[in-house]
Write a new protein. Structure first.
Length: 192
């Protein structure tokens, strides 16, 4: 491993830890959030779902391009997916800082799920929580993989890039697709 690789690994580790800490802090509501228009808050989850959907399409198109030796388009699509994912991260962090937690099944918007609401939601709650849990865990795990894959690809370190992408691609695609699924499943419980 050369000096520049060490710097890249340190940078990726630093960014990954920073993002994780910020998300945890915002999820715990440690920092006070400024007052913001409910209509703005309502738009952020939709924006996040749209960004995730667009990233899914870009990743699929990128795979198509690389399998058909269209390297320039592969790079362009990956850069677009990376930029959209960065925008998603800003939007996600903003929503979790400014908004309140939404609980699956909370029909009346009181931030608790009563026995009656649990019964009304049924067993689909368990499906939702399995999807959400895998989405969250893999989203945290994939960030350093994306950053390293992106670096290797831009440096034209093709073999190292391929080894990383074997793991990065399916995880990133799963995270973007399940991001949309999670939004669709919980969107009827948003009460702003």
């Amino acid at each position: 491993m050369n000096f520049s690789d060490k710097l890249v690994f340190r940078f990726v580790t630093g960014v990954s830890i920073f993002v994780f800490v910020v998300v945890v802090i915002l999820s715990l509501k440690i920092l006070p959030a400024p007052a913001v228009s409910p209509s703005l808050l309502y738009l952020l989850p939709k924006l996040n779902a749209l960004i995730n959907g667009a990233c899914s399409l870009l990743l699929i198109a990128s795979l198509y391009c690389i399998t058909h030796k269209q390297i320039l388009w592969h790079k362009r699509l990956n850069v677009a997916a990376f930029l959209l994912s960065s925008l998603f991260l800003v939007s996600y962090i903003s929503f979790h800082w400014l908004g309140h937690d939404t609980k699956f099944g909370d029909l009346n918007g009181d931030h608790t799920v009563s026995i009656e609401e649990k019964a009304a939601a049924g067993n689909i709650r368990y499906v939702y929580y399995v999807i959400l849990l895998t989405h969250i865990v893999l989203a945290a795990a994939v960030l350093p993989l994306i950053l390293l894959s992106f670096y290797r690809g831009l440096q034209m370190q093709v073999e190292k890039h391929k080894k990383l992408v074997r793991w990065t691609y399916p995880i990133w695609l799963y995270v973007t697709i399940t991001g949309v699924v999670v939004y669709v499943m919980i969107s009827k419980y948003y009460n702003f």
